[in-house]
Design a protein around this ligand. Sequence first.
Ligand code: MG
Ligand code: MG
Length: 633
Amino acid sequence: MRTSIATVSVSGTLPEKIAAIAAAGFDGLELFEQDLLVTDETPATIRRMIEGHGLALTLYQPFRDFETLPEPHRQAAFDRAERKFDLMQELGADLMLICSSVSPQALGGIDRAAADFRDLGDRAARRGLRVGYEALCWGRHVSDHRDAWEIVRRADHPAIGLVLDSFHTLAKGIDPETIRAIPGDRIFIVQLADAPLIHMDLLHWSRHLRNMPGEGDLPVKDFVKAVYATGYAGYLSLEIFNDQFRGGSARSIAHDGHRSLVHLMDQVTREVPAARAPARPLPDRSVVHGVSFVEFAADARRAEGLAATLRTLGFRKAGRHRSKSVDLYRQGEINIVVNTEQQGQARSAFLAHGTAAYAIGLMVDDAGATLSRAVALGAEPFDQEPNPGDIRLPGIRGIGGSVIHFVDRSAELVRLWEHEFVNVADEAPARDAGLERIDHVAQTMFVDELLTSLLFYTSLFDVRKLPMVDVVDPGGLVRSQVIENDSGGLRLTLNGAENRRTLAGHFVTELFGAGIQHIAFATRDLARTAAALSANGFQPLRVSPNYYADLTARFGLPDAEVEALRSAGILYDRDADGEFLQLYGRTGEDGFFFEVVERRGYAGYGAFNAPFRIAAQKRHLAPATLPRPLERG
Ligand code: MG
Ligand code: MG
């Protein structure tokens, strides 16, 4: 399957767009007229640039308001088309997109439209060009691909074909199964876009909020399966109008686009008969069975502080690396690695971000296959030379310079710890607090990195995304996106900061990029855990007393129960599934904090409690570390 993307989908000047599209691995691009009109380069130069990058020019678009005009407008439209044909020949483009007319002067009528296209087909064919007709879902007379197809069918001209666009079909709720009846060779190109499900004006929705397949909520996969059933074998071309993407990094957006198509084709390939399958499937999306370890980068002073915090949480020092300045802390099934090496990725991560949970190990069935899939999806392998005798863990670079290792579920893990670490007796053993495993990992980023992360995780792992929720911070909104699997082996909360005055925004700004901001451990009995933590000297985060008064009002909990929660610093939530208890530690100097949770059937993440927690954390932050008013923006 050949891939293409419209230049309108990525940011930058036209030369920058072309370079980014080529670097991301696309086979071709659609040239969006506006991108050509604003550049100083000649069409011949643009042609050389596209060819020089090894890209095909798959489509010139759009030509608007062509069909069913009365004279003299009709003749003017044909004259306009001829001038665009001249331009296309200079550019080396052979296919033009005409979208259904929105002109108040258009008369409508399927036969009148077909006659116009038949005449235009003659003119295009004389030059060896083709024209594709696309139904805009807000078109004046034609707003459904079935009507556009009927016009193309009646035009009955080899140079006139259909353009399908998943947004126009799916946003309007048209069943994509209706595509199956169209002959594949009459479809000239297929454009793909997804979008979040929002009830709004179709035009506004399309022009501002489209996103990459898999980033939104439309059934793009079903659309593509129907397209394949027609025998269509041409380009799948992304056409994404998105305000955020227009201001984002061209390379990153193009990279996401290519990843979305590779992932989409993989899903389609698995569900269509082998003879029709557009590609060979990649290794399966990996099931993550748990977080095998979290590795912090720190310097010696901060490592001491981190160790002290871990001990208050009931961790004991369990090992020292045989050849590196790396310590292992353990409790239950949780492994926390503290790396104070003076070189390598840990050191780079520390210098960039301060004390940071820069690497995680995810337990999968087949680490090698997981790596293969990740690389096929465009992830960058992480391959730091291990010390002699150490085990080489497959890994990739995650967001913000982080590293994700893949750990085989089998004996690999046992071997890893026993092989690389010498058991040590903790000189200051703490009281075990009953923490059993990692419940969730929270990553913080700027809001425009959320979709990139979402696509990264959902294309690689067998996970689902929950609806995005808004969390109110006194300094602004934070968008929170949960990614999780059925077993609970992987639960991620991705928090996207809208501005730097939020706690999340402050974290990303001060620490130079996205990263893990908190880790939540699971206990079966938070009251007992809290007592053990208290004995260990743990300092819980204290939220406002008003919060506890409201708990009584909201849930009708007995006073004694609310008082027990308040005195332990425990937050409470309840939904139809069950109850949720949360306890937060104080935020460290580099913005990181720990959470302990007890789930009593509850499947959420305490989003309701987040504003109270955030407000309390902000009160605890030293004023000097908060952004000064002049810097606010
Ligand atoms: Mg389109
Ligand atoms: Mg949390």
